[in-house]
Design a protein around this ligand. Structure first.
Ligand code: TYM
Length: 342
């Protein structure tokens, strides 16, 4: 990795399959940025454990996600692609970050509120020990901050739902520099794409498309067959007024289709709206554009095998650890822990 170019870091959980939101909000930008910046991309398997998982589920998910990262166009000779648990400094800095992040800051995180609500919600009552909501789900953003800060990251390309976590990372990074000395950590910025930053569920367009929530019919998987994509988009929920207009507040379903079409064809959703008078042709064009965009990714994914990715991940972990160890030692020294005798 060269120190001259700005560095980009981002991560994705290996849970469930990769959907259109992941692709448009994050992954396709990762592939572009790898040619502009020193790029480090991480499959965040430790983060996946914050929600209950069957033994082995994360392992399989990690291999599939690595195949996906190569299929979307990441080149392991250009980018550093690795698995979070293969670089032990993530867990170590994760602990320090838990100690440097405020309880109140974590309590404000909307992702924690959403995910804990889905697990039944928090309760202070004596009969509820909240066992299904892990402490890790609460401290998750501190580990995410560690992921980012470990690589002296300048830019974090993410979808809109990660904005709050990256802002928290910035706040904590600024505080660390003022408390332990300027230059202790690099203060990162998020990079959220102009189109596709918030792809919504096709059946419930007021909710974002998600790996863990929402019906299958509302989620387009990157590996869906063309026929499935056509069917899902054809059945996408719209509204009854029949007017094609980009208006996220009042016409979430139609606006979501326009956003997807805009992101897939590199066009402005509001301008696209002028070209349609009916929902049928908008849906047909959106489906065709999504199918054409995903086809090359699917072809590459199907041509890759498990062994293709295992070697790439080992090389990636070694490259990542070289950077992470230097940064980790710098932070440990700034915080002021005793170094072990040599
Ligand atoms: P994750 O795995 O949920 O999602 C991976 C990326 O996909 C984006 N995304 C979306 N973009 C647009 N529309 C959607 N409906 C949509 N759903 C997901 C996410 O914004 C994300 O960029 N906490 C992170 C993983 C992480 C991370 C990091 C990211 C861990 N450490 C450090 C950046 C830097 C997450 O759960 O992403």
């Amino acid at each position: 990795m060269s120190a001259q170019r700005p560095r980009v870091f981002s991560g994705i959980q290996p849970s469930g399959s990769t959907h259109l939101g992941n692709y448009l909000g994050a992954l396709r930008n990762w592939a572009v940025l790898q040619h502009e910046m020193d790029s480090v991309y991480c499959i965040v398997d430790l983060h996946a454990l914050t929600l209950p998982k069957e033994p082995g589920e994360v392992r399989t998910g990690t291999i599939n996600m690595a195949r996906m990262l190569l299929a979307i166009g990441l080149d392991p000779e250009v980018s550093t692609i690795f698995v979070q648990s293969h670089v032990h400094q993530h867990a170590e800095l994760g602990w320090l970050m838990q100690c440097l992040t405020g309880f109140g800051e974590l309590r404000r995180m909307t992702q924690f509120k959403d995910k804990s609500d889905r697990l039944g919600g928090l309760s202070d009552g004596p009969s509820n020990n909240n066992a299904s909501i892990s402490a890790g789900l609460f401290t998750y953003p501190a580990l995410q901050a560690a992921d980012i800060l470990l690589y002296d990251t300048d830019v974090v390309p993410v979808g809109d739902d990660q904005r709050q976590h990256v802002e928290l990372t910035r706040d904590v990074a600024l505080r660390m520099n003022s408390r332990f000395g300027e230059g202790t950590v690099v203060v990162p910025e998020h990079r959220i794409p102009p189109a596709g930053a918030r792809v919504m569920n096709l059946q419930k367009p007021e909710d974002k498309m998600s790996k863990s929530v929402g019906s299958e019919a509302g989620t387009i998987e990157v590996l869906d067959e063309p026929k499935q994509i056509e069917k899902k988009i054809k059945r996408a929920v719209t509204d009854n007024d029949g007017e094609v207009r980009f208006d996220v507040q009042n016409k979430p379903g139609v606006s979501n289709l326009l956003s997807i079409l805009g992101a897939a064809t590199d066009a402005d959703p509001a301008t696209l709206a002028d070209q349609y008078t009916q929902y049928g042709p908008l849906k047909a064009d959106t489906a065709a554009a999504v199918i054409a965009m995903l086809q090359p990714v699917q072809d590459r994914y199907n041509a890759l095998s498990e062994s293709d990715v295992i070697d790439a991940l080992a090389v990636g972990a070694a490259k990542a650890e070289e950077v992470a160890e230097v940064v980790m030692q710098r932070i440990i020294a700034a915080v002021g822990l005793l170094s072990p005798a040599q």
